[in-house]
Design a binder for this molecule. Sequence first.
Ligand code: C2E
Ligand code: MG
Ligand code: MG
Length: 747
Amino acid sequence: MPVKLAVEVCADLRTAAEARLALARPYVAPRRPADELLHELQVHQIELEMQNEALAQTQIALEESRDRYLDLYELAPIGYMTLTRDDQIAAINLTGATLLGEERSKLLRRRFARFIVAEDRDFWHRHFMRAFRQDGSTTCELTLQRSDGTFFDACLDCLRSSSDDASTPQLRVAISDITARRKRNEEERRIAAIAFESQEGMMVTDPSGVIIRVNNAFTQLTGYAADEAIGRTPNILASGRQSSDFYRQMWDTLKACGYWQGRLWNRHKNGELFAEWLTISAVKSPEGQTTHYVGAFSEITRHLEAETEIHRLAYFDPLTHLPNRRLLLDRIAQAMAGSARSNASGALLFLDLDHFKALNDTRGHDVGDQLLLQAAQRIQQNVREGDTVARLGGDEFVVMLLNLSTDAHEAAAQTRLVGEKIREALSKPYALDGGDFHCTSSIGIAMFRHHEIAVDALLKNADLAMYEAKNTGRNSLRFFDPAMQTALEARSALEADLRLAVSRGQLQALYQPQLDDAERVVGAEALLRWQHPTRGLVPPVDFIPLAEATDLIRPLGRWMLEAACRQIRDWSASDATRHVIVAVNIGARQFHQNDFVDDLASIIRETGADPARLMLELTESLVIKDIENTILRMQQIKALGVALSLDDFGTGFSSLSCLKRLPLDQFKVDQAFVRDVASDGEDEAIVRAVVMMGQILGLEVIAEGVETTAQRDRLREYGCLRYQGYLFASPLAPGEFERFARAQAGG
Ligand code: C2E
Ligand code: MG
Ligand code: MG
């Protein structure tokens, strides 16, 4: 039974849809007409039931959807209403009613304009008419007044729509409360306005650079009132101090980064220039278009002036306004880098005015300054534009010549030419207050190329060459020579060692016996020796001049005096040595020290030596240097009970009249005359004259460097009765000296 079978099949299936699917399956058994009809009816009934079920479902969905819509409409966060052509409220949602502060039922058919504050009503009316004319939505902002009299700011979005009756269009309006937003905007505007009126000058321009707004500070800083500036471009402030390149770069940066800041000079309305620090920012729309430029600036003229002054003080000499040492060193470093690129040589000329100190001391610093200014001018006139003339201080100038030949010899020749020109210019008379003045200069030159040498070493070389120029007679030019450098380095190493000699106990005093006619020991010359840890025994000629040239002679001289005085004290205990007069050599610098006499007195006191046994040897050149002061000092020494001898006598040029004034006890004939006294007619005459002079002046005469008996005999013949020399003994250590003295005394 096919139908039953089908129903049974259907009963097995859980839903109508499944049944329908089952029925749709082909059934291949033969059918009769009544069966077929019944089957069709049954199928139809099932289909109807299915349709009913779908309808009920749809009904439920529809109701749900309407509820949702009502929820959405009524309780939306913004108000919705529909206005008729004559501004009557045709419909309004709950939110809208709440916003207007009225029950919905009371709002319908009321005119909306009633809720608009009086000031905004005209505006609303115009907007309302336009909204009806226009396709698409329109927006306006108004202040509304609720039924209870309170106010709120609203934004209305209006869209014209056709009602069911197409001929009567209506306006759908969305109302949102923007009171909070407006308040916030208002606040921001107020803050911006205050910020705009800051201490900084501010201007706002449109994208083409036309000023649309300025603040009070702008007016104060530029002199232009707002109405004078607005409508014009910042060009009104142009000073002409910046190049067009400067402005082009500024605009390039502004366009690329939307921001620029920097320093520039502008012109005040009154014509005065001022420096400002300017910051420009581009204001952009959300789409990225520049809508405005905002420029903020502050005046920095005073700041700049101070900066310039600081720079001037740091890099320039205040008297001549020439670059100082610091700037010079910078420039040398730059020049070396330049020379490395171009391969061209440069030269450093170290100039020192001869005897400038004397002028300064005798005629005063003002006159000295005048001379320096004129000298600076003359130097500058003799160099090229790119060359540097610097003043290091005092009377020292340095000239740096650039871009000389790539050939070293030719470069040196070029430099010599410039150097000679400068030297000549400087040697012309100077017109100074109180008369003309002549002054020469000594110039030392050091050449440079690439980075062969450090900057300060180069400067030092030029300085050394200048000293050489001075030593070789001044008013001359001298090139630095590397051999000179080696010698000087050795000298400075020696100086460093010598500084330690006293504290490390490396000094030693030897005593060379002085004998009388009967070959008895009557005196001793104290001679200094330096026992150097690596060089061995260093003779005084190798270090005394160095000590004299530096302040080292002071500790050295003091050490020697102390040693000699202690020796006198020690020898006073022995018969063989008690009477020995110890002679100590005193250098010029040591002698002229202010506290020399005080030092001497305290050494004598501290050692307990008998001053009558001490003699100081001074040289002729020392004595004639500053004769008046020297005599005074010699008298002070004599007053202590110490005797004085004139060493190396005959080598200087002292006149008899001068010698007569000196409080001396002894002449010491220089060994140069003694050497040839037995053979050379001229020296013989000198020795005779010296001895005679001594006799006339009532002084003792001693000969040093006596090496042969012939010399001794001849000296005795002329009347010289005291002798010192290798013939008798070389300089001896104290113990040896004592033995020698005893032997001579026949003990
Ligand atoms: P000076 O004062 O003329 O000393 C004499 C020098 O002649 C000494 O040389 C001595 O050793 C040397 N001499 C002695 N007998 C003979 C001789 O028969 N033949 C020759 N050819 N020479 C002889 P020394 O010790 O080398 O001293 C050299 C110079 O160094 C001294 O010349 C003196 O000017 C200086 N000197 C030495 N000690 C001191 C010192 O303590 N202080 C100072 N300021 N200068 C000193
Ligand atoms: Mg001597
Ligand atoms: Mg001598």
